[in-house]
Design a protein around this ligand. Structure first.
Ligand code: ZN
Length: 406
C-alpha cells in the first residue's frame, strides 16, 4: 500500500499568504519567459482577482513597473523571437493568441496566459489545457506529443535530437532560466512556507540561506526540490506554472519522477480525515506496551464514518498514488516512533503531567508543554504542514479508543 500527498498545501487559501506568493512568483518568472512584463503581470493579477475577488493592492502596470505600449503580434515576434516555437504548436498557439491566424494584430490572451501560469492543475483545468494545447490524436494517445517528428527539422543533424517539447521548455517556458535566479526562487519557495513534505508528511523541507555570505553559491545553501506535478517532459508549457510546482522532499521527488497518472493533487486535496493510520496487530495494546520490540504493523484505512464523503474517483486517486510513493515501506521506519508515543501516552498520564507542572513550575508552565516534550501533544490538521509525522501521531492517538484493553 502506498499513499501520495497526505497533506494538503493550503497556502493559496489564505489571501494574505496568496498575495505574497503571487508577488514572489511574478518576480521569479518575469524575466524567464518571453512575454512582456506587463502582460505577465496582468495575467497573474487577472487570475488572482478572479479567484480571490480582491486586488493585489497594485495595478498590473505598477507590478510590472513600466508602461510598455501594446504590441501587434508581429512586433511581439520581433521582440520575443523565442515565441516562434509556439507557432509549432497550433493548439497552444491558438490558446495563447486566440484570434484568427491570418490577423496579424492578434493579441495575447491574458486570461489564458494567467491560466497557464497560475491556474489550479486540477482535473478540470488540465483537461481544458490539454484540449486546448494538444492536437486531438495526441491527446488520446499514450505517447507524448512532444516526440513529434517535426522537432527534427529544428535540429542540427550532428547534435542530439531535441523534441519540440524540449525546445519549448528551453526557449519559451524556461524552467532552467528561472531556476538559475537563485535568490528569487529561494524567495518564492520560502514564501510558500511549506515546512514538511506534502507527499509523505515524514520529512522536513527547509530553505536555508546564509545571509552573511556574498557568494551566491555559498549563500543559497539548500531548498526543497520543486516537484512538477505534471511532468516537464509531457507538459513543457507547465514547466514554470505556479501551482504545478510542489515543494517536496528529495525522496518523494525521486519516487514520483514523471508519474502524473491521476494522483492526489496537493494544492487541492489530501487524505484529510478520510483515511487514517491504524495499528494492526493480533496482540493487545497492553502486551505491545510491555515489549521493547515492535510487534505490529501500521496501515492506513478508510474511515468508515466518512465513507459517504469518499467518492470513487478520489478513492482511485488515493490508490493510484499509493503505487507511486511506497508508503508502507516508508512508514515501517516510523514504528519505533509509534511505540514510543504509545508508551508515553500510557505511562505519563494526565495526573503525571499535572504533577510535573506543579513540581517544576520554573520549567513547565502548562500541561501542553509537557505533552509536547513527550510527543503526545496533538496538532490540528491545519498544522500538518509544520510537523513531520503529525498525521500519524494524531491518528494513532485518536484510534486508541478503538482498543478496549487500555
Ligand atoms: Zn516526502
Amino acid at each position: 500500500m502506498g499513499i501520495t500527498n497526505m497533506i494538503k498545501i493550503d497556502v493559496y487559501e489564505k489571501p494574505e499568504n496568496a498575495k505574497k506568493v503571487f508577488q514572489a512568483y511574478y518576480n521569479m518568472i518575469k524575466k524567464s519567459i518571453p512575454f512582456r512584463e506587463k502582460d505577465i503581470a496582468e495575467a497573474v493579477t487577472h487570475r488572482f482577482m478572479s479567484e480571490y475577488n480582491y486586488e493585489l493592492g497594485m495595478k498590473p502596470e505598477e507590478v510590472a513597473n513600466n508602461s510598455e505600449k501594446d504590441l501587434t503580434y508581429e512586433e511581439y515576434l520581433e521582440n520575443y523571437p523565442e515565441l516562434k516555437y509556439i507557432e509549432n504548436y497550433p493548439e497552444l498557439h491558438k490558446f495563447l493568441f486566440p484570434t484568427d491566424s491570418t490577423d496579424l494584430t492578434k493579441k495575447l490572451s491574458i486570461e489564458n496566459l494567467g491560466m497557464l501560469l497560475c491556474g489550479y492543475m486540477d482535473e478540470k483545468n488540465i483537461k481544458e489545457l490539454r484540449t486546448n494545447c494538444f492536437p486531438k490524436e495526441e491527446r488520446e494517445s499514450s505517447t507524448s506529443y512532444f516526440n513529434d517528428e517535426n522537432g527534427k527539422e529544428e535540429q542540427d543533424q550532428n547534435k542530439k535530437k531535441e523534441t519540440l517539447g524540449q525546445l519549448l521548455m528551453k526557449n519559451v517556458f524556461r524552467y532552467k532560466a528561472m531556476s538559475e535566479k537563485k535568490e528569487l526562487v529561494y524567495k518564492f519557495v520560502s514564501t510558500l512556507n511549506v515546512q514538511v513534505c506534502p507527499y509523505c508528511n515524514r520529512n522536513y523541507i527547509s530553505v536555508v540561506i546564509d545571509e552573511e555570505s556574498e557568494d551566491d553559491k555559498k549563500k543559497f545553501k539548500t531548498r526543497p526540490p520543486l516537484d512538477h506535478f505534471f511532468s516537464k517532459s509531457k507538459y513543457p508549457f507547465l514547466a514554470v506554472s505556479m501551482r504545478n510546482l510542489v515543494p517536496s522532499c528529495g525522496v518523494c521527488n525521486l519516487e514520483k519522477h514523471d508519474n502524473d497518472n491521476n494522483i492526489l493533487y496537493p494544492y487541492k486535496e489530501g487524505l484529510g480525515e478520510n483515511y487514517s493510520f491504524r495499528i494492526m496487530t493480533d496482540k493487545s495494546i497492553r502486551y505491545i506496551l510491555g515489549q521493547n520490540d515492535v510487534d505490529f504493523h501500521i496501515e492506513i484505512k478508510e474511515n468508515i464514518a466518512r465513507l459517504s464523503d469518499i467518492d470513487s474517483d478520489y478513492k482511485k486517486r488515493v490508490k493510484e498514488s499509493s503505487e507511486t510513493f511506497v508508503w508502507a515501506l516508508n512508514y515501517e521506519f516510523s514504528k519505533k516512533y509509534v511505540l514510543r508515543v504509545l508508551k508515553n501516552r500510557y505511562y505519563f498520564n494526565r495526573t503525571f503531567q499535572e504533577d510535573i507542572v506543579k513540581g517544576m513550575p520554573g520549567i513547565f508552565s502548562s500541561v501542553g508543554e509537557v505533552q509536547q516534550l513527550l510527543n503526545i501533544k496533538l496538532r490540528p490538521q491545519e498544522e500538518d504542514n509544520e510537523e513531520p509525522l503529525s498525521k500519524l501521531t494524531r491518528d494513532i492517538y485518536n484510534s486508541l479508543e478503538l482498543y478496549d484493553d487500555i
